[in-house]
Design a protein. Structure first.
Length: 154
């Protein structure tokens, strides 16, 4: 996959239907990896300087009632969750970003250190891959991976 780079000639940023396969993996020291895979319908919106991927979470992910949006712009991806769970995480290869993660029990400070950010997404679909380390309240908690395969819905 090529480094993240988006160019679009879209003049009408209308969302169109896609099918997403979202695989999340969590690695903790001394434990077997924990993985979740969700196949869902969502939307893709092409923007002049990037794209949006949006889908609704399900009970499988423990975030039912939450909408997840990946906003790809230049060298960074912004992950926003809104609804039952509210959070915002910034991924930028080689950089660390800190954000707040809102839970029913209060807010937590989350540090995201992105080690890999690649995609080959076009209007015909593709793959977005993000590998990152996460620290909650400045304490390392593990490594994570997102792999999101996208294809147009027929």
């Amino acid at each position: 996959m090529e480094p993240i780079k988006l160019t679009s000639t879209a003049t009408d940023p209308t969302p169109f239907p896609v099918v997403l396969s979202v695989r999340g993996e969590q690695y903790f020291d001394g434990c077997d990896p924990d993985s979740t895979e969700l196949m869902t319908e969502g939307t893709m919106t092409l923007l002049p300087d990037g794209m949006l991927l949006r889908y609704d979470e399900s009970a499988l992910t423990g975030m039912e009632g939450t909408t997840t949006t990946f906003e790809l712009r230049g060298p960074r991806v912004l992950l926003t969750r809104s609804g039952k769970v509210n959070s915002q995480m910034v991924f930028e290869e080689g950089r660390q970003h800190t954000s707040l993660y809102e839970t029913p029990f209060g807010e937590l400070s989350v540090d995201i250190q992105t080690s890999l950010l690649r995609h080959n997404l076009t209007a015909r679909g593709g793959l977005l891959e993000i590998k990152y380390s996460i620290a909650v309240e400045h304490t390392a908690t593990g490594k994570n991976t997102f792999k999101i395969r996208v294809r147009p819905r027929s």
